[in-house]
Design a protein around this ligand. Structure first.
Ligand SMILES: Cc1cc2nc3c(=O)[nH]c(=O)nc-3n(C[C@H](O)[C@H](O)[C@H](O)COP(=O)(O)O)c2cc1C
Length: 140
């Protein structure tokens, strides 16, 4: 089966409570389980960075759902490309809510979590986003 991964950034329509994020995650994980999609969702202060992995058709369907969801806007895809294997095979969808200090420890990633994401502020968005997402893979 051919596999792809895709990452995007977006901004929440309003600030989301931890409870609201958990319920979003529950429906995302349920849908992902049904469609063979895995990945990780990071949230910081009203902004999202998410990576998705799956078949091209599953990613198309998932992105259509994600674009329709009114809980966020300004969905901007950072990259989409074929992969040999999954990085997040254990996660129907992981969620990490980042504290301010977790983000300031990685100043190179702050632009991902700013409203009106500006790609020109990051030299290599793909490798920075991947490195950052992977760093949360095994943390609690
Ligand atoms: C930040 C964010 C992340 C999301 N992640 C996923 C996801 O990983 N998989 C998915 O199928 N839908 C995802 N969604 C979409 C919602 O889960 C989906 O729109 C909701 O459950 C309603 O689904 P429906 O449009 O089929 O009614 C996401 C939505 C937002 C706002």
């Amino acid at each position: 089966m051919s596999l792809e991964h895709l990452a995007y950034v977006s901004s929440a329509t309003g600030l989301l409570s931890e409870q609201a994020l958990k319920s979003l995650l529950e429906s995302a994980a349920r849908l992902n389980g049904a469609h063979g999609v895995t990945g990780m969702l990071l949230y910081s202060d009203g902004n999202f960075l998410q990576i998705l992995e799956g078949s091209p058709a599953a990613l198309d369907e998932t992105m259509a759902r994600i674009h329709r969801d009114r809980r966020h806007h300004d969905v901007m895809v950072l990259f989409r490309e074929p992969i040999a294997e999954r990085d997040f095979s254990a996660w129907k969808m992981g969620l990490r809510i980042l504290s301010h200090s977790q983000l300031t420890e990685h100043p190179e990633c702050i632009p991902f979590f700013s409203p009106n994401y500006d790609a020109s502020k990051i030299v290599n968005p793909k490798s920075e986003a991947l490195k950052f997402l992977l760093s949360f893979r095994s943390s609690n």
